[in-house]
Ligand binder design. Structure first.
Ligand SMILES: CSC[C@H]1O[C@@H](n2cnc3c(O)ncnc32)[C@H](O)[C@@H]1O
Ligand SMILES: [Zn+2]
Length: 429
């Protein structure tokens, strides 16, 4: 059998306990065969002495190509940031730019232990190619915006989202799944939302969109329709078990109940919410109500990195402030959010390290001053670990990074291509 032996580490179990154990992976099937004390004669070995072996992190809401726009526009609220800076720059992006930015984003994610992500953008065939080449897992989709477009252009955009979702679902040996992705409840008209949700669900494809991110986005819906945004989302068919929303910052108690009843996932993006001053999501209330909550970075222009360890710390800190309670959004909650919660929210396998699960794994080196002493490793993951502490990354049974060297992408080439693409882009805009 073609196997990978991750040897000599401690393993993070799905119940958030930690114990010394090896991990044996079936490289052909891309699954975990067993964990325990193993004397394996494996095809390939990864040394995990002094390390914590954990499920690969899942970035449940991202725009990976926005790495090209990192630091391009800071210190503005969402509306002004999008309209004055981001959308004009994105209008000048070429397919090659999207490929370069997505590769850079994936490189950053692999180097910080992320093995899967959900991505909303355009030029999606380029996103798919980057996912295929790099070996990660992703749920990808074309983001639809219909406001400011005539009917023909709006339907063309909506159709592109459906066509792309149908074409790429199952690509890259099943590592790529898709979703139909209307940008938000205010940037896409009601008739398009209806049609997108109905057609997507007919084909078993989920719907992903930004919702309840800012008060500026909630108020017009309430004024115009006399209902909250997530009640509106439900009425157009976009609040089902397979669907997942990004943000959910300004979500009231009734909307939280709607999410819990429907089984719709929420992706919390605390760094983006703080940077754009969007607000504080009621995450502890959502967890208490049984909502599936995942964690996302959003794009690198509103974060400004794609490191989910940062995001876990931000989620814990902001969750306490939002609840005015230091016991809220505790360390095990955020580790669960960044692993199983995210995987469940976006409907990809992963997030759990156990026999039979997909072999999507991050190996964290504990030998750093900021992780010493190793009093509580779950606490360390939530509050002290940095993406740069990740030593090896494995996805679908394949080693993507060994001893901090990424094997599927050439780091220097990816960085150089992204630098050139960004410089050329800013010259054009
Ligand atoms: C149409 S593709 C996706 C679209 O979303 C934009 N975007 C990035 N971050 C956010 C955010 O926090 N809220 C809303 N929209 C966002 C991105 O720039 C693309 O245009
Ligand atoms: Zn977003």
């Amino acid at each position: 059998m073609n196997t990978l032996h991750i040897a000599g580490g401690q393993v993070l179990r799905p119940d958030m306990t930690v114990e010394s154990a090896d991990v044996l992976v079936d490289r052909d099937e891309g699954t975990i065969l067993e964990t325990g004390t193993l004397d394996a004669d494996a095809t390939e070995t990864l040394d995990a002495e002094g390390c914590l072996v954990m499920p690969g992190l899942v970035n449940a809401h991202c725009h990976a190509a926005m790495t090209l726009l990192r630091g391009y526009a800071d210190d503005k609220p969402l509306g002004a940031w999008l309209q004055e800076d981001i959308w004009p720059a994105e209008a000048a992006l070429t397919p090659e730019d999207v490929r370069a930015g997505t590769e850079l984003g994936i490189l950053e994610m692999i180097k910080s232990g992320t093995t899967a992500f959900a991505d909303m953008y355009f030029e999606v065939p380029e996103v798919a190619a980057a996912v295929e080449e790099s070996g990660v897992r992703a749920r990808i989709g074309h983001g639809v915006v219909t406001i400011g477009k005539d009917d023909e252009a709006a339907w063309a955009d909506a159709d592109e989202s459906l066509d792309i979702a149908r074409e790429f679902d199952g690509a890259a040996d099943g590592r790529i799944r898709t979703a139909v992705m209307p940008h938000s409840l205010t940037t896409v008209g009601e008739e398009y939302l209806h049609e997108l949700a109905a057609e997507a669900h007919d084909d078993g494809i989920p719907v992903h969109y930004h919702a309840n991110e800012t008060t500026d986005e909630v108020e017009p819906i309430v004024e115009e329709r006399d209902e909250r945004p997530l009640a509106y989302a439900k009425s157009v068919g976009m609040l089902t078990e397979s669907d997942f929303v990004a943000h959910g910052v300004h979500t009231d108690g009734e909307e939280i109940e709607l999410l819990a009843e429907a089984g719709t996932g929420v992706v919390h993006c605390p760094a983006s919410n703080m940077k754009l001053a969007s607000g504080m999501a009621p995450i502890q209330d959502m967890l208490d109500a049984g909502v599936t909550v995942g964690l996302g970075t959003d794009g690198a222009a509103s974060n400004n990195d794609l490191d989910l360890f940062d995001e876990m710390r931000d989620a814990a800190m902001l969750g306490k402030l939002a609840s005015d309670d230091a016991s809220a959004v505790a360390a095990p909650d955020v580790v669960r959010m960044a692993t199983a919660g995210s995987a469940d929210a976006i409907g990809l396998p992963g997030g759990r390290l156990e026999a039979g699960a997909v072999a999507d794994i991050a190996v964290v080196d504990l030998d750093a001053p900021h992780l010493t002493p190793a009093n509580n490793l779950v606490s360390h993951l939530a509050y002290a670990t940095r993406g740069s502490d990740v030593r090896h990354t494995v996805c679908d049974g394949q080693v993507l990074m060994r001893d901090r060297e990424v094997l599927t992408l050439d780091e220097e080439t990816v960085k150089a291509r992204a630098r050139t693409a960004a410089a050329d882009l800013f010259e054009r805009v």
